[in-house]
Design a protein around this ligand. Structure first.
Ligand code: BG6
Length: 483
């Protein structure tokens, strides 16, 4: 039996992601027969009031879950309870303890969907009340710290009360179907590995563009910025999976051992390199999909003169034998032209064209792994167009996962919550990975703090500041949409 205790149970993440994920797992029969869900937050609420909020969040964010029905919803609400818990009030944890005891819990999963300042007080109280012994696990949400130092402090504090294998640091990008598929693509096929290195690869591009702005999170976002919000975690996790060496097996630590080596091999920038190899931007008013939108500084909760970046592009490098000299172009931004998350492996051009110049400049082969909105892998090759003479064109060998399989699509939060309930750490971030990622990000943040002029602006609905195109153009490269 599992009891799932959600701290931050009334918050935004709970509403949008965690509750819908639990409900989806429930209707698809993926939860234990005796599963119980306890939402915890500071507000005083009766079970019934909390159930109403849970029902509202399901209506808003999980209305289309396959298999959902009013009966299923009622059954899910029956398993749902509420606990008023203030992390600073030890007595509140007594009540929680009593409710966990009476249910003779075998496994308890505590999910901390709260600000990081609450992690330690909560874990301390859980420990003092004997709640993290035995089969208890704790999931912590990002942001885990603001820099290497604070991340280390959080990790050390967590480790005072928990074993490393009880700590599930969530990065929801790791739960995306295609991220796992990347492991299959790389390590279950023979033809890619000989090409997967500096000899055959020109550059790697990882781009996550969003159309949304900062939504209701202006205040949080303004203290965070795109580098901490997206690059330090999601983008670097993708880099580590694209660039890692084959692990000895598929066990969590074997995989994480290889990922952390990549993160440690990322070339750390000097201040001068930061100014040459990074671009940061902030959106101003514009239009996304034809609809006018306000600029970042006019968003609720954002100070008018904010210098926080909503866009980042970086020319990263990995100092090791496989990747030396291969740029990893990373990009992410809010209020961009379209929503997509893509990894593009650009192979080197052919050494010489026997077809002459008449064909115009030829874009070399590329492998495009699309995480969203579609889940696909496309290998772009040159082929002859049908008809007289030889005219070459770019054609894609297209693996569209919506067509290949009609198995149920599992959202990343659902997958990760189930993994945490089953004790599978593979898709969670280990403390050394987290530290290595921050250590690479720190010099960039520091250099940006000392260079207030470096922030460029871009029109909402565009692909970011022009400097981001120049970052690649000066090396003869271009972002996917620029071809
Ligand atoms: C979150 C960031 O981690 O990822 C958000 O905090 C961002 O700012 C979100 O919008 C993007 O996730 P996805 O899955 O929609 O690409």
């Amino acid at each position: 039996m599992t009891t799932f205790v959600l701290f931050g149970g009334t918050g935004d993440l709970a509403k949008r992601k965690i509750i819908p994920a639990l409900y989806s797992a429930f209707v698809n029969g993926r939860l234990d027969a005796d599963f119980r869900f306890i939402g915890a937050a500071r507000e005083r609420l009766e079970d019934q009031e909390y159930r109403q909020r849970v029902a509202d969040s399901i209506a808003q964010y999980a209305a289309k879950v396959s298999g959902g029905s009013p009966e299923k919803l009622a059954a899910f609400l029956d398993l749902t309870h509420y606990a008023k818990i203030d992390a600073r009030i030890p007595e509140d944890f007594n009540t929680l303890k009593a409710s966990l005891r009476t249910s003779e819990t075998h496994a308890t999963l505590f999910y901390l969907a709260t600000g990081p300042d609450i992690f330690i007080p909560v874990v301390e109280q859980l420990s003092l009340h004997g709640l993290v012994e035995g089969n208890a696990r704790v999931v912590v949400e990002k942001p885990l710290g603001r820099d290497a130092q604070s991340a280390r402090e959080i990790n050390q504090a967590l480790r005072r009360y928990l074993q490393e294998n009880q700590i599930y640091r969530i990065d929801h990008y790791l739960g995306k179907e295609m991220v796992q598929n990347l492991l299959a693509l790389r390590f279950a096929n023979s033809f890619l590995e000989p090409l997967w290195n500096r000899k055959w690869i020109q550059d790697v591009q990882i781009s996550i563009s969003e159309q949304v702005g900062v939504e209701s999170r202006g205040d949080f976002y303004d203290h965070t910025g795109a580098l901490r919000d997206m690059v330090q975690n999601h983008l670097l996790q993708l880099v580590s999976i694209v660039a890692m060496e084959p692990p000895v097996n598929a066990n969590p630590d074997a995989i994480r051992d290889e990922k952390v080596k990549v993160l440690r091999a990322l070339h750390k920038f000097t201040a001068d390199e930061v100014s040459k190899k990074t671009v940061r931007g902030q959106y101003r008013a514009g239009a996304v999909d034809g609809k006018p939108v306000i600029g970042y500084q006019a968003e609720p909760g954002v100070p008018q003169a904010s210098r926080t970046e909503t866009f980042v592009a970086i020319r990263a490098e990995i100092d090791n034998w496989r990747w030396a000299g291969v740029p990893f172009y990373l990009r992410t931004g809010k209020r961009m032209a379209s929503r997509s998350a893509e990894i593009t492996i650009n192979f080197k051009p052919i050494p010489y064209s026997i077809f002459g110049q008449s064909q115009g400049p030829m874009r070399s082969n590329r492998l495009v792994i699309s995480l969203q909105p579609e889940e696909s892998v496309q290998l772009f090759m040159k082929a002859k167009e049908p008809g007289e003479g030889i005219r070459l064109s770019d054609v894609a060998l297209n693996l569209d996962f919506a067509e290949v399989s009609n198995s149920r699509r599992v959202e990343s939060y659902e997958r990760l919550l189930l993994d945490a309930m089953h004790g599978d750490l593979t898709l969670f971030v280990r403390d050394d990975e987290l530290s290595a990622a921050w250590e690479w990000v720190d010099p960039i943040m520091l250099a940006w703090q000392n260079d207030s002029e470096g922030l460029k602006s871009y029109i909402a609905g565009s692909w970011g500041p022009a400097a981001a195109s120049y970052l690649l153009a000066q090396h003869g490269a271009a972002w996917g949409e620029e071809y």
